[in-house]
Ligand binder design. Structure first.
Ligand code: ADP
Ligand code: MG
Length: 204
């Protein structure tokens, strides 16, 4: 981890977690992601893919000094929009990613997980806090993004996690619709345990 030259904030958090070294997918993905490159990353379940995309995201937030807007309600909608979006196949995974993020990110770097199965008003209310990072399942994300509550035009960093599972769950069309709401100028990373022809088509 020392060779990655991470900020002391993140280096300290990783040391506290007690990880001796990055996993192979982390070693491969993190330096490229830190350079701002797009990535297609394949590694089996349990290989540490979550931190492979969260470490570069948190590092960017720390280096750029992401801070909440002082008077959120007075800001223009565009300055309150989230800067990073993570797509995940299930509510459980979305919550797990957010927990991992909260463990390693500074409290000022705010986040929200959105997923189906709970009243949408709950997510509308939480979005008023202007989270910088939104993690969600494609269906609920699309429902929320279709309203004034979530503006995806400020997304600079997109992660598609467990892409194979998202396609297995029939989320291809929802993902394609979400992609149309994002700026084309952004960093994009796709993580999957397997790479089927369908995933390569999505990647393309
Ligand atoms: P994947 O998404 O590839 O299935 P996860 O990101 O969920 O894998 O990680 C699996 C487990 O490995 C988690 O418990 C995580 O905390 C742990 N882990 C992540 N990075 C490391 C590391 N560098 N060394 C040891 N364990 C790690
Ligand atoms: Mg994973």
């Amino acid at each position: 981890f020392a060779e990655l030259s991470l900020s002391s904030f993140l280096a300290d958090r990783l040391q506290q977690a007690g990880f001796a070294a990055p996993t192979p997918i982390q070693s491969a993905a993190i330096p490229l992601a830190l350079e701002g490159r797009d990535l297609l990353a394949q590694a089996k379940t349990g290989s540490g893919k979550t931190l492979a995309f969260l470490i570069p995201l948190i590092e960017r937030a720390v280096k750029e000094g992401w801070k909440p807007a002082p008077h959120a309600s007075a800001q223009a909608a565009s300055s309150r929009a989230p800067r990073a979006l993570v797509l995940a196949p299930t509510r459980e995974l979305a919550l797990q990613i957010e927990m991992e993020l909260r463990k390693y990110a500074p409290p000022a770097v705010t986040s929200l997980a959105v997923y189906g199965g709970v009243p949408i008003e709950r997510h509308y209310r939480a979005l008023r806090q202007s989270p910088m990072i939104v993690i969600g399942t494609p269906g609920r994300l699309l429902d929320v993004a279709g309203t004034r509550h979530l503006d995806l035009r400020g997304i600079e960093y997109l992660v598609m996690d467990e892409a194979d599972q998202m396609l297995d769950r029939g989320f291809l069309r929802d993902i394609q619709r979400i992609l149309q709401l994002l700026p084309t100028q952004r960093q994009t990373m796709l993580f999957s345990a397997t790479f089927s022809p369908e995933i390569l088509t999505l990647a393309q």
